[in-house]
Design a protein. Structure first.
Length: 186
């Protein structure tokens, strides 16, 4: 059985982007050797990335011509990807297919053999999958900055979700990397 893991970088006050879409300038407070190594590890651990439409469009515009290290760039461009959308029909970014029912598709994929499935960004999709109990882990990098406003990663939830801390580490720049498992009902 595969795990579905949410990965995101966010400010200490809970925003994964600033006031405008793709306002990610605050990432500079967290990015460094530790996050680059972690990104490379994701490439070894995972075999599928899932994005909501907005995140997919931004990632697809950025990664094919990115200047990041070759391991991370190769991972992002070559791994299998799902773009969740009811509006886009064609996903030209390498190795991407479009799915309009993420709950059914991810339920099916989680039941198969394979590596970890990662969701990057995609706050609206994450909220939907949380509600349906499909998320297994949250891996968060907390940047040492308060944005004051922006787009929150965690929207208003219909229910409380209990988490269990699996690991924590601090990067040299003060960013904190946290891994939580979703506590499953007994």
């Amino acid at each position: 059985m595969r795990k579905l893991v949410v990965w995101n970088l966010m400010s200490l006050d809970g925003y994964f982007e600033g006031e405008k879409p793709w306002d990610l300038a605050f990432h500079k407070y967290a990015w460094g050797p530790e996050l680059e190594k972690l990104s490379e590890q994701f490439g070894e651990e995972g075999d599928l990335l899932v994005f909501g439409r907005k995140t997919y469009e931004g990632m697809a515009a950025y990664w094919p011509t990115a200047e990041e290290g070759s391991k991370v760039k190769n991972y992002m461009n070559n791994i299998a990807k799902i773009a969740v959308s009811k509006t886009i029909k064609d996903a030209p970014w390498n190795n991407t297919r479009v799915v309009d029912d993420p709950v059914a598709e991810l339920t099916r994929l989680k039941g198969e053999d394979g590596k970890t499935i990662f969701i990057f960004g995609s706050a609206e999709l994450v909220a939907s999958l949380m509600k349906d109990g499909l998320v297994d882990e949250y891996r968060l990098c907390i940047a040492p900055v308060l944005l004051g406003s922006g787009n929150p990663l965690f929207k208003k939830a219909e229910q409380q979700t209990e988490l269990k801390l699996l690991s924590s580490s601090t990067a040299a720049n003060g960013a904190v990397i946290l891994t939580y498992a979703v506590a499953k009902a007994a």
